[in-house]
Design a protein around this ligand. Structure first.
Ligand SMILES: Cc1ncc(C[n+]2csc(CCOP(=O)(O)OP(=O)(O)O)c2C)c(N)n1
Length: 277
């Protein structure tokens, strides 16, 4: 059951998460700021309202599972886990430092509350299919498995093999979210390898598709509420239309800010932009 949290509370948390993304990039000296900022609202709504996870019992068997398939956005995921109480906030200062638990991609063996090690794109949905099927076989029928992917990541063939399997096995406990920020590492998705109409593609593969405005908390909340309440026998795909770098004007919609270096001037500028949101 989703928690009783208002849209305004979630908006405030998303702002806090964006600030923590920039702070963490500053501790690390660089990071995947673009794709981390675009999915910050979705991560916030998941961790502060929808996912049934417990910071005091991260291995609880009946929990919902979350897989950050676009693992390069650990820069958003680890601060979100810290805000949710799974890891200490102070540990963010070590992000991507030598011998830290946090590299640029998440390692489930080292991060409390992290269900899957990711980074090589195209593997989250196949893992999610396995987890959803495994939960069903073990009689856990209420837990959901949520996989957050990039839109460039949709170019990986393994995503579509998993999409077929998810529909074949009628995995109604599986939710795939596509962070549709329209840019990938080397350009706009529609120039590199077009994926539109991505919602219709998931539908053609046997999924129930929902579109939302992924940087508008009201729309994100509505989409997740619909996914959580869905009572059919298909897996659910949420196409979350976002802007890469959302919240920092210099980064927004700019291909080079997929990954960037941080310095003190840029840090101050980014924090000021987010505070003004
Ligand atoms: C299999 C694989 N190939 C290449 C990469 C390098 N890579 C890291 S991020 C990225 C772009 C991903 O774009 P997208 O999925 O749209 O992510 P976002 O824009 O949300 O950051 C690529 C190609 C990778 N991590 N894994």
């Amino acid at each position: 059951m989703p928690k009783n949290v208002s849209v305004d509370e979630l908006k405030a948390k998303a702002k806090e998460l964006r600030i923590n993304i920039i702070k963490t990039a500053n501790y690390a000296g660089s990071g995947h700021v673009g794709g981390s900022l675009s999915c910050a609202d979705m991560l916030t709504a998941l961790y502060f309202k929808y996912l049934n996870v417990d910071k005091d019992n991260p291995d609880m068997f009946e929990r919902d599972r979350f897989i950050l398939s676009k693992g390069h956005c650990a820069l958003a995921y680890v601060p979100c886990l810290a805000m949710a109480g799974f890891v200490p906030m102070s540990s963010l200062e070590t992000f991507n430092h030598y011998e830290s638990a946090y590299g640029m991609h998440p390692d489930s063996r080292k991060i409390r509350g992290c269900d899957a090690s990711t980074g090589s794109l195209g593997h989250g949905l196949p893992m999610g299919v396995g987890m959803a099927l495994g939960l069903r076989y073990q009689g856990v029928n209420d837990a959901k498995v949520v996989v957050l992917m990039g839109d460039g990541e949709q170019n990986e063939g393994s995503v579509w093999e998993a999409a077929m399997a998810g529909a074949h096995y009628k995995l109604k406990n599986l939710i795939a979210i596509v962070d549709r920020n329209k840019l990938m590492i080397d350009g706009p998705t529609e120039s590199v390898m077009g994926i539109d109409p991505i919602d219709k593609k998931y539908e053609a593969f046997g999924w129930y598709a929902i579109n939302c405005e992924g940087n508008d908390m009201e729309s994100v909340d509505k989409a997740l509420a619909e996914a959580w309440a869905y009572d059919g026998d298909k897996p659910v795909a949420i196409i979350s239309h976002t802007e890469k770098g959302y919240g920092v004007k210099r980064f927004q919609g700019k291909v080079p800010w997929h990954y960037g270096s941080m310095n003190s001037d840029l840090y101050k500028e980014a924090i000021a932009d987010i505070e003004a949101l």
